[in-house]
Design a protein around this ligand. Structure first.
Ligand code: SF4
Length: 357
């Protein structure tokens, strides 16, 4: 239900839900599906939530709430960064709003922890906050207590310590210790998800551009009217990156079938963040890396990928067939594995975090 995490931008994961379903290109090689498959036997936590197909493990689409996991954060004495639902999506369409509200209630009273909630379903996140706003009493002490399992050490008065003041969304939001983010694998996902993310109240709004499958331009205007209705004057909408994005994580894909990330896409995203003074965290290159991360003369036969402007072209290079070939001579990226590919972008790591507002 919870465990220390190897994910570089968090300390631990907390899973009050299990199961999911694929929603976009970024889900094609879902890591959680593969992990779940290992624990899907009868009597195991992911039984009937994932199944083996000819393309590998795949979610069945069923999602199970785990009420007994709600108590876990109360037991962690040390402040942690907590990634919420690494094995699901809190805003999956099958998760009742009442349960999501219970998760938020726990986060609101365990203020020593910082919670990082990442979704590919921001439209449902927007719906949730509308439900909170419209649903009188959703966060009343009595309402919360009635939803909580009996063993939760619930302290009703504490949940009023949240910061108030968000003008259009519910009681006491944003919570100072809750960061809300969307996964953005390409420009299409960015255009669909970022405007929705920026509608919800959060201490930190963040993007996880991982697996990065294409360039992501954050210097494009937010959707909105071109002309002011009253005066008819032209309105210049602010760029995404200027509109309240507080943190950007970037990374390439790892694991079986991983797709390459072009180093220039990551560089460009880094530079956009630097220009806008938005903290940038480079998590990993993933399975594929540019030659500068591999180093020296070609050591063995390598799979390589060239980018031709709109698609990857794959081939192999062998030391004997490419006498004197160095890794950094030509192809865009080499399949050298996550460990060798590493976390350096242009020779250094980028480990910036946001300051909560
Ligand atoms: S939303 Fe996340 S957990 Fe769900 S299928 Fe996609 S990658 Fe996997």
């Amino acid at each position: 239900m919870s465990q220390n995490s190897k994910i570089e931008w968090t300390d631990m994961v907390w899973n009050p839900l299990r199961g999911c379903s694929r929603v976009s290109q970024g889900c094609t090689h879902c890591y959680a599906e593969r992990v779940a498959m290992r624990f899907s036997g009868a009597g195991q936590p992911y039984h009937k939530l994932v199944q083996m197909t000819s393309q590998g493990p795949k979610w069945t689409g069923k999602v199970r709430t785990v009420p007994e996991a709600l108590a876990a954060p109360f037991g962690w004495a040390k402040p942690r960064r907590v990634f919420v639902n690494s094995m699901s999506d809190l805003f999956h369409e099958s998760v009742p709003f009442e349960f999501i509200a219970s998760v938020f209630a726990v986060m609101s009273v365990t203020t020593r922890h910082t919670y990082q909630v990442l979704t590919k379903r921001p439209e449902r996140m927007v719906e949730f906050f509308k439900w909170v706003k419209d649903g009188e009493g959703v966060f009343d002490d009595d309402a919360i207590s009635s939803r909580m399992p009996k063993d939760i050490p619930w302290v009703p008065h504490h949940h009023n310590t949240r910061r108030g003041g968000y003008d259009n969304c519910g009681p006491g939001f944003p919570y100072e210790n809750v960061w809300l983010g969307v996964s953005v694998e390409d420009q299409r996902a960015a255009d669909e998800r970022i405007p929705l993310l920026l509608k919800v109240p959060a201490a930190v709004h963040f993007l996880s551009v991982e697996p990065m499958l294409g360039p992501v331009d954050l210097e494009r205007p937010m959707p909105g009217p071109d002309l002011d209705q009253g005066s008819g004057a032209k309105i210049c909408q602010p760029w995404y990156i200027q509109s309240g994005i507080d943190w950007v994580i970037c990374g390439g894909e790892s694991g079986p079938g991983a797709r390459p990330m072009h180093p220039d896409w990551a560089r460009d995203l880094r530079d956009q963040c630097a220009e806008a003074k938005v903290p940038f965290f480079f998590k990993q290159f993933g399975e594929w890396a540019p030659g500068e991360n591999c180093g020296g003369p070609l050591k063995r036969t390598e799979q390589v990928a060239h980018w031709f402007g709109d698609q990857w072209c794959f081939s192999t290079l062998t030391p004997s067939g490419s006498v004197g070939m160095h890794y950094d001579d030509e192809p865009t990226v080499y399949r050298v594995g996550k460990r060798t590919a590493g976390r350096h972008l242009d020779g250094r790591t980028h480990d910036e975090f946001p300051e909560a507002k």
